[in-house]
Design a protein around this ligand. Structure first.
Ligand code: ATP
Length: 226
């Protein structure tokens, strides 16, 4: 579960990026985070990952108050939250398989576990046949699905996607949404920040709209606009 209680963030230049935010997201939910550019979406994501700290309020993830985590505990928080970005961030010199396996190697999974798990996850995102190709040999949608596979291969309970379809054409964007939906159906909580109006309107998931650092709207089966 993700819970933000009275969270505010003011940057050092005095800009109030988030003002007294309260959000509760249950396990297994799929939530779109929408709002105009500069509204505070990325700031909220950075707070969840503890890349920055709030100047007021509490952020509770799976029962732990992340604002109180010690520096050495942060890797454990991040291990429980998979993240994908607009620009994929794949390792170009590694194949699809190796990109996903690498995420397991860094958390010291055994070679046996890696050999078992990577094909399962590549199949989940529909990339079994592409496992020996390099990122440059893939379409944008395929690259983003590798990035999704890498984000979930260690079994995080939460997946954060920051504009995951921002660089994709409508068809490939939908391939990525299909994978995200499947990941969600397997039980992972998904939080996706996006400007993709068509996708938000079509999926009818929970929509939290941020405007000017405050929550303008929180609809159970919402659309992009009002
Ligand atoms: N380190 C910083 N110092 C000062 N101001 C910042 C900092 N980071 C972000 N901001 C400001 O905080 C506000 C919220 O930014 P944020 O990146 O969270 O917006 P966003 O909703 O993610 O926008 P976008 O949709 O364009 O990604 C913006 O006005 C931004 O300029």
């Amino acid at each position: 579960m993700i819970e933000l209680v009275n969270v505010s963030k003011t940057f050092s230049d005095g800009h109030k990026a988030l003002k007294n935010i309260n959000i509760k997201i249950d396990n297994g939910e799929f939530v779109f985070l929408v709002g105009p550019s500069g509204a505070g979406k990325s700031t909220l994501i950075k707070l969840l990952l503890k890349e920055i700290d709030p100047d007021q309020g509490n952020i509770i993830i799976n029962g732990k108050d992340v604002t109180k985590l010690k520096r050495r505990e942060i890797p454990y928080l991040r291990r429980n939250i998979g993240v994908v970005f607009q620009d994929f961030r794949l390792l170009q010199e590694k194949t699809v398989y190796e990109n996903v396996a690498f995420a397991m190697e860094v958390v010291e999974a055994s070679p046996k576990e890696i050999r078992r798990q990577v094909p399962i996850i590549l199949s989940l995102v529909g990339l079994s046949k592409k496992s020996n190709l390099y990122p440059s040999q893939l379409s944008g949608g395929e690259q983003q699905r590798v990035s999704l596979a890498r984000a979930i291969v260690n079994g995080p309970s939460i997946l954060i996607a920051d504009e995951p379809t921002g660089n994709l054409d409508p068809d490939t964007a939908w391939e990525v949404m299909k994978s995200l939906n499947e990941i969600n159906h397997r039980g992972t909580t998904v939080l996706m920040a996006t400007h993709a109006k068509d996708i938000v309107d079509a999926m009818r998931k929970r929509v939290i709209a941020i405007e000017n650092g405050t929550i303008a709207r929180d609809d159970k089966k919402g659309g992009y606009g009002i």
